[in-house]
Design a protein around this ligand. Structure first.
Ligand code: APR
Length: 171
């Protein structure tokens, strides 16, 4: 697993993950950036998917992106923590990892799902993301590398800190 600061639309991997909403018809944040960079064909493809439940994931081609595929997953909107938000966020990561394997991806890049417009507390979200990814990769997976692409330094530091904590545990 590797944490990078940057723009996920520029990353050349087999699949990038889009922090979408349940309509899958685009929005702001990373969703807007991905739709702008992938081009209008992405919206046409998403219309055929007829939405996606929170915590689930659906795949499209990457169109004009360097990535071959886009895996769209609606993260949970933070409502205080008593509405299964943690389980739903973990399910987003799990669903994307399963789909990446199903599409024989060797490399995959995640944004920080739900920690923008959806206001999921960053430190909690980072712990859930890293734990879910590490536990998945310890099982049977063809994924060679998972990137966490952070748009801002605060998110990048949070992921670096969390991963260093996991590495200390395994040493
Ligand atoms: N590359 C990588 N990360 C990005 C990019 C980008 N180009 N643009 C934004 N981000 C980061 C944000 O800084 C944040 O850390 O993605 C993370 C998730 O933020 P949002 O994009 O706001 O996603 P989320 O919190 O899951 O909210 C989803 O926002 O854009 C709408 O349609 C989307 O309704 C959905 C909601």
């Amino acid at each position: 697993m590797e944490v990078l600061q940057g723009d996920i639309t520029q990353i050349k991997v087999d699949a990038i993950v889009n922090a979408a909403n349940t309509t899958l018809l685009g929005g702001g944040g990373v969703d807007g950036a991905i739709h702008r960079a992938a081009g209008p064909a992405l919206l046409h493809a998403c219309r055929e998917l007829h939405g996606c439940d929170t915590g689930k994931a659906k795949v499209t081609k990457g169109y004009l992106l360097p990535a071959r595929y886009i895996i769209h997953t609606p993260g949970p909107i933070w409502k205080g923590g008593d509405f299964n938000e943690g389980k739903l966020l973990s399910s987003c990561y799990q669903s994307c990892l399963v789909l990446a394997d199903k599409f024989h991806c060797q490399t995959l890049a995640f944004p920080s799902i739900s920690t923008g417009v959806y206001h999921f507390p960053l430190i909690q979200a980072v712990h859930i993301a890293v734990k879910t990814i590490i536990e998945y990769l310890q099982k049977e997976s063809k994924l060679r590398k998972v990137f966490l692409i952070c748009f801002d330094e605060k998110t990048w530091k949070a992921y670096k800190w969390e991963i260093s904590g996991w590495l200390d545990q395994t040493e």
